[in-house]
Write a protein that binds this ligand. Structure first.
Ligand code: PLP
Length: 452
């Protein structure tokens, strides 16, 4: 039997026996009476999802948000230092309560939140911080702008998360912290990362920029490490365009964070430390405060829809959902991560699959692949900078350069496909079925993919 036939037979058998059974016939059987089972839309067929079917709008806007902005505008309190009870301090209290932590400090972005923590922990030139290359440049920026050395560890292929084993291998006598990123909003293997941190006496700054409210082993993401950072940039599941927050229970560290982001000036009114001015403005906090109503319900709905999608993809070998570690009670589902296995799609390049599925009305993307951080010019830039040449030995910088080769990250970059979830996972089950139908239609037509 040819490999193609085997793949096809196995998939259809799986779908018939389990996946579609779970669907209670919600998804029409591919190749049966399903009108979507025809020609690929990119080749002139009818798309699974017509153009007039919109996904829920994101960022989320409702009257509460509008009212909140109007209230702040009318109050004349437009900057947090004008009032202890203005919108920024009110939001900080509400945000800390949402996570069950003692304190929160709001800043102007997720990058600023991370940078503030690096500074507050006294990490600077000569120090090393271990993180992932598979992230937003903001993660890296928080380390580089403190002139510390970002040391990149490799990934777990199935989860797209930082591989704790490689983190441990990358520790040197100058390592001061680990900055795990909860990629796509789902938790990374925190118990291993915390154990490594404890063993080597390192700080853990959680980059939870994408992971609002996700829960792992009974704890909310962002509350497991020494300190947690969030982004409220436009696409995030809690958003105000640009914004960020730090959360934590260590009062002394949180006090330092406040001081750092307030140009080094403490709550006591004295200029005590080095710090940029990263204060969140009152209008950003007004949008966030207005948006907190219903946040838990939206979070629950995203998780419900993500679980539904995962149940439909179960046992389908062509598109495999991001592996969630044991103990993952929930994710933020800012993105829904998947791995594209081209051997099940007639070896068609991922770009062809993406073009075909976009034509079906279900756009997916590759996110970081075009600018993966271990391959960007910043590496040569810092190797040529005087401060790095002064603070790190030639042998260390040589090793840093050599260790930028990360084979599993390369593989993830070639295989990963993602779907934004902030708005899309607020849609209905019928909308989720469209996503599955689009994937399955392409699978059924995989012999055509190479002609695109
Ligand atoms: C994982 C991660 N870290 C850091 C950031 C930086 O956050 P911001 O864009 O708010 O500065 C982002 C934003 O996309 C992110 O996704």
């Amino acid at each position: 039997m040819k490999k193609k036939d085997f793949t096809r037979r196995r998939f259809i058998a799986t779908v018939s026996a389990s996946t579609l059974a779970v669907a209670s016939n919600a998804i029409p059987l591919i190749g049966g009476s399903n009108s979507n089972a025809g020609k690929l839309a990119i080749l002139g067929g009818i798309p699974v999802r017509s153009k007039d079917k919109n996904w829920p709008m994101w960022p989320y806007v409702d009257e509460k948000i509008v009212e909140s902005i109007v209230k702040t505008t009318r109050s004349g309190i437009w900057c947090r230092i004008q009032s202890q009870t203005g919108t920024v301090p009110t939001f900080e209290k509400a945000y800390a309560d949402l996570f069950g932590v003692k304190l929160s400090v709001a800043v102007g972005s997720g990058t600023q939140a991370l940078r503030t923590c690096v500074e507050a922990l006294g990490i600077g030139p000569g120090d090393e911080v271990i993180t992932t290359p598979f992230t937003d440049p903001g993660t890296l920026s928080s380390i580089l702008t403190s002139r510390a050395l970002p040391v990149l560890a490799d990934l777990d292929r199935e989860s797209h998360q930082l591989d704790p084993n490689d983190v441990e291998r990358k520790i040197t006598e100058n390592t001061r912290a680990i900055m795990p990123v909860h990629i796509w909003g789902q938790p990374c293997k925190m118990e291993r990362i915390m154990a490594i941190a404890k063993k080597y006496n390192l700080k853990v700054i959680e980059d939870a920029a994408q992971a609002h409210l996700a829960e792992y082993q009974g704890k909310k993401i962002g509350t497991i490490g020494d300190i947690g950072c969030f982004s409220f940039q436009a696409g995030k599941t809690i958003s105000c365009g640009e914004g960020g927050a730090i959360i934590g229970n260590d009062e002394d560290l949180m006090d330092k964070c406040f001081t750092v982001q307030n140009h080094g000036t403490s709550r006591r009114g004295r200029t005590e430390r080095i710090g940029p001015k990263y204060r969140m403005n009152e209008f950003e906090a007004a949008v966030l405060l207005g948006q907190l109503g219903g946040v838990k319900e939206r979070f629950a709905l995203r998780n419900e829809n993500a679980a539904y999608l995962t149940s439909k993809l179960k046992d389908f070998p062509g598109i495999v959902p991001q592996k969630l570690y044991e103990g993952t009670a929930s994710g933020s589902f800012y993105y829904y991560g998947m791995t594209y296995h081209k051997e099940h799609f007639n070896n068609a390049d991922r770009s062809k699959f993406l073009k075909a599925i976009a034509a079906e009305g279900v756009s997916l993307s590759t996110m970081y692949q075009s600018a993966i951080l271990n391959k960007e010019p910043w590496t040569d830039h810092i190797l040529n900078l005087k401060v790095y040449q002064k603070m790190y030995s030639p042998a260390r910088l040589k090793k840093f350069k050599e260790e930028l080769s990360l084979p599993t990250c390369d593989t993830v970059c070639q295989e990963a496909v993602v779907m934004s979830g902030s708005g899309r996972f607020l849609a209905t089950k019928a909308d989720m079925d469209d996503i599955i139908n689009a994937i399955m239609k392409i699978y059924e037509n995989r012999d055509e993919l190479n002609s695109i």
